[in-house]
Design a protein around this ligand. Structure first.
Ligand code: ADP
Length: 671
């Protein structure tokens, strides 16, 4: 054996002589075991090393050179390994470990990183070694093996990283978590939150938790938790999976908490339960909040119910419109009652009630929505289809449009509140009309009185004049007055004025009768044509004195029916009188026709005619189309005529052109 100096040079050779045979045998054996060792080392990818403590030279096997990425045969010292091969973070520790092994003559074991020289790759090396003690009890040679443990080390590091990550996750989790081993019940892990939640120091065994007595637990129905009820116990013993089970806890007899548990068994690849994990959450606050919320919800519902009742029973029409398009979201029954023919929900105002297109309501709604200013409408008139599509009706409303906000105070839509005040307005208008009419009839009465007195005065004055002249002539003994022609003339004049007076008085009586509803109709059966002929005959003098040709009956059907003969005669005479008065002396034509259920009677003249605008008016009381001074009359004749016709269920109308003439038509049902 070579003994070397500090530079590694051979200092002396050391050897012994023994029996050659034994030596040979020993050599053989050694060779054998050396070969075996070599094989083993090669197979295990291990390299050997030997450190001479005198020279600090290192001898490496082939595999070791390879492990370090060096080419074999190089001189290498421990310093070179320290400084050039080893990772700087590991070299100091590895050296200390070696020194310790040398000084205590113990086994050397170190794991360190090297930078492989050929490819500069970092590798993990496990180095094992043992010093050889010489006869003097000193260690001179240290030898051992090195193994590349990079793969294992990387896995270890990854695992450590993973478990650190898991631990961090578990620690940071907002839930209490712990794992317990099965079957021992040893607690493997608890996180900080667990300790906080449970006000407990870290228990070592599950039994400690089960046996804790500073709290009591109850099921939601109030039953206390038995030991075997504990979620983790059920998980570990029966393999149950527990999802969100809630339990009420009383800590130290007073503090109440509610926990929610989620727990699950952990099984190995053979399906055997090896651990149990439980997560617990303190849901006391959220439970309280939930309870509070449900309370609020209930109150809100009650309030809402009240509002609903007001909404549905209100005598006012109410509606909510929402969104920028202001479509109807909700209307109350009254709203629908006012607009029974329209549909509202999901449509805007004009889509719902197209009749309102030309009103300003849609514009108003938008104004209120953008400005937030409530609009008050008073007795606003709208015309819409209330009872029948196509038939517009007037209605009046007092209403408000006000903006409503959503929960966050943003504009949500419009609330419409409307009262139908149509009856009120109509009644008031009727009252106004009535008082106007009253006013009118008062002044009409005054006018009538003045006309009547004038009309009465005219024949009376002429009668008076006539009798005065007669008396004067009598005093003078004028024989002329006794001449038959003069007497006849006077009698005729007197008769004319008396007739006129009679007619006036009769008319006034009729008016009084009509007004007090006392126009009595007494029907009897007669031939209409015959009656007309008789009436004409009675009027003969009038036609003659007014220089008319006696009118011809151009067409006279025999029509029997039941009418009030005197009154119908009055109708005929009135129409004849008017024809004479306004007919400018032109021929007058009279017709009687049977038209089935009724008789149609017409009187045509070719006189002054009646302007269109007066053709309806003339049938009213005291209405005259011509100036009173032109032709005398009270304007009562046609009014009375119309009332007689109406009370027989008939009708009267006029067709006339101004300057061309006039035809009055009367139709009377036969019975
Ligand atoms: P009056 O006593 O004034 O004739 P009436 O009621 O008989 O009253 O007629 C009302 C008005 O109708 C008359 O004043 C006259 O202006 C108009 N009128 C009636 N009949 C005729 C007619 N045949 N032609 C033109 N105007 C007529």
């Amino acid at each position: 054996m070579a003994i070397r100096d500090s530079e590694g040079k051979v200092k002396e050779w050391f050897g012994t002589n023994t029996d050659i045979h034994d030596q040979k045998e020993a050599m053989e054996k050694m060779k054998e075991s050396e070969a075996l060792l070599k094989f083993a080392l090669h197979a295990g990818e291990m390299g050997t090393w030997t450190l001479d403590l005198n020279s600090y030279e290192v001898m490496l096997s082939e595999e070791s050179w390879n492990l370090f990425g060096l080419s074999s045969g190089e001189n290498i010292t421990i310093q070179k390994i320290d400084q050039e091969l080893m990772h700087p973070e590991d070299s100091k520790r590895a050296n200390l470990e070696l020194e310790h092994a040398i000084s205590t003559q113990s086994m050397y074991r170190s794991e360190y990183r090297i930078i492989r020289q050929n490819d500069k790759e970092q590798r993990w090396i496990l180095s094992l070694g043992q010093g050889k003690v010489n006869d003097y009890g000193n260690v001179e040679i240290f030898s051992g093996v090195i193994i590349d443990i990079t793969k294992r080390k990387n896995i270890e590091i990854q695992l450590a990283e993973k478990s650190a990550f898991l631990e961090t996750v578990l620690e940071q989790m907002p839930m209490g978590a712990f794992f317990a081993e099965v079957p021992s019940g040893k607690i493997l892990f608890t996180n900080q939150k667990f300790k906080e939640l449970w006000e407990a120091s870290v228990p070592k065994m599950i039994q400690q938790i089960e046996g804790h007595r500073h709290y009591q637990a109850f099921h939601p129905d109030g039953r206390p938790y038995e030991e075997q009820d504990w979620p983790l116990s059920r998980v570990m013993r029966k393999g149950e999976v527990i999802m969100g089970e809630e339990a009420d806890f009383v800590f130290y007899d007073s503090i109440k908490k509610t926990f929610r548990f989620t727990a699950s068994p952990i099984k190995n690849s053979q399906g055997v339960i090896i651990a149990g994990v439980i997560l617990s959450e303190d849901v006391t606050e959220s439970k309280k909040t939930a309870r509070f919320l449900s309370e609020i919800q209930k109150n809100l519902e009650k309030e809402y119910q009240k509002i609903e009742t007001v909404f549905s029973d209100s005598p006012a029409a109410m509606a909510i419109l929402y969104g920028p398009n202001l479509v109807f979201e909700k209307i109350n029954p009254m709203f629908q009652e006012i607009f029974p023919l329209h549909n509202f929900i999901g449509k805007n105002l004009i889509e719902s009630i197209p009749e309102l297109e030309n009103y300003f309501y849609e514009y108003l709604l938008r104004e209120v929505f953008t400005t937030g200013k409530t609009y008050y409408g008073k007795e606003s008139l709208i015309r819409y289809y209330r009872k029948e599509i196509g038939k517009l009706e007037d209605a009046y409303f007092d209403f408000t449009f006000s903006r409503v906000a959503d929960g966050e105070g943003n504009p949500y839509g419009i609330y419409i509140h409307a009262m139908d005040v149509t009856d009120r307005v109509v009644n008031r208008k009727r009252l106004e009309d009535l008082s106007q009419e009253l006013q009118f009839s008062l002044s009409a009465r005054d006018e009538f009185l003045s006309i009547a007195s004038h009309e009465l005065k005219t024949p009376l004055t002429s009668l008076k004049l006539q009798s005065e002249i007669f008396q004067r002539k009598m005093k003078k003994n004028d024989p002329k007055i006794y001449e038959p022609s003069v007497i006849k003339e006077m009698a005729e004049q007197t008769n004319k004025q008396v007739l006129r007076l009679t007619r006036l008085v009769d008319d006034m009586f009729d008016i009084t009768r009509i007004r007090s509803g006392k126009l009595v109709i007494e029907k009897e059966e007669f031939d209409f044509c015959e009656m007309v002929k008789e009436a004409l005959e009675r009027m003969r003098a009038n036609f003659v004195t007014s220089s008319y040709e006696f009118p011809e009956l151009s067409h006279c059907d025999t029509v029997f029916g039941k009418w009030d003969k005197m009154r119908i005669e009055q109708v005929a005479i009135n129409l004849f009188t008017n024809a004479i008065r306004y007919g400018k002396g032109n021929p007058i034509k009279i017709d009687v026709k049977d038209i089935g259920d009724s008789v149609r009677f017409s009187v045509s003249d070719q006189g002054i005619g009646i302007a269109k605008e007066n053709q309806i008016k003339i049938f009213d009381r005291f209405e005259r189309a011509v100036n009173a001074s032109e032709v005398s009359g009270l304007g009562l004749g046609l009014y009375i005529t119309k009332q007689i016709v109406l009370s027989h269920g008939g009708k009267i109308w006029v067709e006339s052109e101004i300057g061309q003439g006039t035809t009055f038509f009367v139709e009377l049902p036969k019975s």
